[in-house]
Design a protein around this ligand. Structure first.
Ligand SMILES: NC(=O)c1ccc[n+]([C@@H]2O[C@H](COP(=O)([O-])OP(=O)(O)OC[C@H]3O[C@@H](n4cnc5c(N)ncnc54)[C@H](O)[C@@H]3O)[C@@H](O)[C@H]2O)c1
Ligand SMILES: O=C(O)C(=O)C[C@@H](O)[C@H](O)[C@H](O)COP(=O)(O)O
Ligand SMILES: [Zn+2]
Length: 360
């Protein structure tokens, strides 16, 4: 078992990574929660695979469990599902002493986390992430979110869980496309960290290698993310670095309307931002190609689709790193040396243009 401690101004919790840990989930939860009622929030796909097993374990451990299921997919990060879930909690008389357990990928984690943060102004939360993306990134750090038609994650809260329990065994049921998209966030972390983490990616030459190295990739990604979150929980400064590749990535994800998964859009965004900053002379020439090589080897997309510049710019203006009349970008001064660069909104078109294949 690898344990990574996260200590922020609002919470102290452990991220535990252990193969098979979902089989002893009640034991782990009892280390942080007394017996209580649990809303086990999951999606249709993950629920069908794991909800019974988790519910049985929790009930044997003395918890009372209500399973609440949302449709799989990004569209569930919505007001409609939020309303359904908080109303279900209320109708079942959940109180402030009860808790929410999120069982699923990043969608379930973001949605259930948001629900836990607003129901009765906040009830306890535990994350049981089951996708690679959720295990390396979204379950840790306390960002919860819903999407709006204008942009990704525009509603949400910072709300830390009491425990994150990661069982890499769940990745064996994850379809290859979802395994690979989660790897997009691993490449992001490795590019930010550089050194041995970046070198480790040389061992990944095909999607199966991701599964083989999953415990290591999870531990390294989470350790890095935990360090950043502990230094800057609410993204006043260096937490913005975790948004590397997301400025263009989120725009592409939104404009694709479900065509690309988050990690795929981030993969395109990582290469694109390196191209943008190579053109500005701030990222060493060849970085975009080096990043693209690590992504392409597992089949992640590395070239932006044809998108009209004005639609990309409109989506980017909803980025939460817009402060006043500037958007802060994350770029690599070198692998392992990320920097923040504010760019006036009026200059965005000139900056972004080199990354787009079609300028309309
Ligand atoms: N809060 C954060 O810090 C943070 C970080 C990164 C991404 N995100 C968000 O996470 C979301 C993407 O997460 P995701 O890629 O996990 O998507 P997802 O939650 O939609 O999961 C992808 C698919 O895999 C299925 N699945 C999950 N685990 C499975 C398993 N073990 N076996 C079989 N199927 C399984 C899901 O049902 C879904 O169909 C996006 O909304 C993104 O914005 C949040
Ligand atoms: O945890 C963070 O901070 C991140 O930026 C991690 C990102 O991978 C993640 O996609 C996050 O949800 C994006 O946050 P947002 O604030 O840009 O919506
Ligand atoms: Zn992300």
């Amino acid at each position: 078992m690898t344990t990574i401690e996260v200590k922020t101004t609002t919470a102290d919790y452990a991220v535990k990574v252990k193969i098979g840990s979902l089989m002893t989930v009640a034991q782990a939860i009892k280390t942080v929660w007394t017996p209580r009622r649990i809303a086990l929030i999951t999606d249709t796909t993950v629920g069908a695979l794991y909800a019974d097993q988790v519910q049985t374990q929790l009930m044997a451990g003395g918890f009372t469990v209500t399973v609440l299921t949302v449709p799989s997919g990004e569209a569930s990060k919505s007001w409609a599902q939020t309303m359904r879930l908080v109303e279900a909690l209320s109708q079942a008389h959940f109180t402030r002493n009860d808790g929410v357990v999120a069982l699923g990928g990043g969608v379930v984690g973001d949605l259930a986390g948001f629900v836990a943060s607003i129901y009765m102004r906040g009830i306890s939360l535990i994350q049981l992430p089951t996708s690679l993306l959720a295990q390396v990134d979204s379950s840790v750090g306390g960002k919860t979110a819903l999407d709006l038609p204008t942009g990704k994650n525009l509603v949400g809260s910072f709300y830390q869980p009491d425990l994150v329990l990661i069982d890499p065994q769940t990745l064996t049921t994850l379809p290859q496309r979802m395994l690979v998209e989660g790897y997009g966030e691993v490449v992001k972390c490795a590019a930010l960290v550089g050194g041995d983490f970046w070198k480790l990616l040389q061992s990944i030459q095909q999607p199966d290698d991701i599964l083989l190295l999953a415990p290591q990739l999870i531990a390294r990604s989470v350790s890095f993310k935990a360090r950043v979150v502990m230094a800057d929980e609410k993204e006043g400064g260096q937490r913005q670095l975790l948004n590397f590749g997301h400025t263009i990535g989120h725009a592409v994800e939104l404009l694709g309307r479900g065509r690309w998964m988050h990690g795929e859009a981030v993969a395109m965004g990582l290469v694109a931002v390196c191209q943008v900053f190579e053109a500005q002379g701030l990222t060493p020439v060849g970085t975009a190609q080096a990043v693209a090589a690590r992504l392409a080897v597992v089949g992640l997309p590395t070239e932006l689709p044809d998108l009209a510049l004005n639609t990309v710019l409109t989506a980017m203006r909803h980025d939460k790193k817009v402060h006043g009349d500037q958007l802060t970008w994350v770029y690599l001064a070198a692998l392992g040396q990320p920097q923040l660069q504010p760019v006036p909104l009026t200059d965005l078109a000139t900056w972004v243009a080199p990354a787009l294949t079609t300028v309309a």
